[in-house]
Design a protein around this ligand. Structure first.
Ligand SMILES: Nc1ncnc2c1ncn2[C@@H]1O[C@H](COP(=O)(O)OP(=O)(O)OP(=O)(O)O)[C@@H](O)[C@H]1O
Ligand SMILES: [Mg+2]
Length: 308
């Protein structure tokens, strides 16, 4: 398989904030690589370095065999970037926005018009192409924003939370478009904080938090990390010592005063676990059971929840 994107030991700080801390990963041609992490994880900062907008403090980026530090211009020509913040001219029509972006990417004449028409069809906005973007719904703006990064038919596509704040239908359409792009052999990095998007869409996923990749792999490989076990979280009015004494032999993922997480082979063992706590007179006020999933992997590798 051809490696299209290779990132090694990237670092980027903004003053005191270490936004990206030693991130490494690689993406093969035609792959959809998910970047999954909560707000402030460092996703956009990484995307900005990959797109050549931000210069890393250290580390290297190689794209389609070219080094970003010396071949940034050539790389930008084969890359489409769909930014998190919608970058459109409100007063221009959807079509004129795309003509503008296509022109920036060096397209002209009939070629430009054909590509714009194709992009509009792809996101089903041909009917509204002549209307000013300010009259579009949020989901329509997202879809035109997506197009703006695709008009020049890039080999590599970086999407930064392209489905933020849109309705389920528009989201499904965007996910279909992204799948289609990958099936044409394009390489995609897809940034999201939605677990189910990462699960449904991505061939491989990197779990990122606090500027670090905590784990990466296919969904199956990641779930294997939790050993196919059920994770039970319990909160209540107990100390870590008390809980440990009662549940001595349990496989703890986390334990602190008032909170514990235990891995169980199956969910039927939850009753016995709680029974143990109750019969020792410990007060329990919350129980959550998670089947092995990307959510439980996220919790295990980052030590925190990622809520949709
Ligand atoms: N231009 C900047 N100046 C100062 N700090 C920044 C800048 N850009 C990002 N940061 C900080 O770097 C960290 C990572 O931010 P980043 O935007 O990469 O996160 P993210 O994963 O994209 O989050 P979100 O899901 O909210 O978009 C945050 O602490 C953020 O405040
Ligand atoms: Mg971001």
């Amino acid at each position: 398989m051809t490696e299209m994107i290779t990132v090694k030991e990237l670092n980027k700080s903004f003053g005191e904030v270490r936004a990206v801390r030693g991130i490494s990963f690689s993406v093969a041609q035609g792959e959809i690589f998910g970047f999954l992490g909560p707000n402030g994880a460092g996703k956009t900062t990484t995307i900005s370095m990959l797109s050549g907008l931000l210069r890393p403090d250290s580390g290297s980026i190689t794209i389609d065999g070219m080094d970003m530090a010396s071949r940034g211009r050539d790389i930008r020509r084969i890359m489409g970037v769909i930014p998190q913040e919608i970058a459109l001219y409100d007063e221009l029509s959807g079509r004129d926005n795309l003509l503008f972006w296509g022109g920036l990417y060096g397209l002209a004449g009939g070629d430009l018009r054909d590509q714009v028409d194709r992009a509009l069809e792809l996101v089903e906005l041909t009917d509204r192409a002549k209307d000013a973007v300010r009259t579009y719904s949020g989901g329509m703006k997202r879809r035109i924003n997506l197009c703006a990064g695709l008009v020049h038919s890039p080999k590599i596509i970086l999407l930064d939370e392209p489905t933020l704040g849109i309705d389920p239908q528009a989201r499904i359409r965007i996910l279909e478009v992204v799948k289609g792009l990958a099936s044409e052999g394009r390489t995609v990095i897809y940034t999201t904080h939605y677990l189910e998007e990462a699960e449904q869409l991505c061939d491989r996923i990197a779990i990122i938090d606090e500027g670090t990749v905590h784990a990466s792999g296919t969904l199956a490989e990641l779930v294997e990390l939790v050993g196919g076990k059920v994770m039970v979280s319990v909160t209540g009015d107990f100390s870590a010592d008390e809980a440990k004494q009662v549940l001595g032999e349990a496989e703890f993922d986390h334990i602190s005063d008032g909170e514990l997480r235990v891995k169980l082979l199956d969910r039927d063992q939850t009753g016995r676990l709680l029974g143990g706590l109750f019969s020792a007179g410990l007060h329990v006020d919350g129980v959550a059971i998670r089947e092995p999933s990307l959510e439980s992997v996220f919790l295990q590798v980052t030590g925190r929840e990622l809520r949709d």
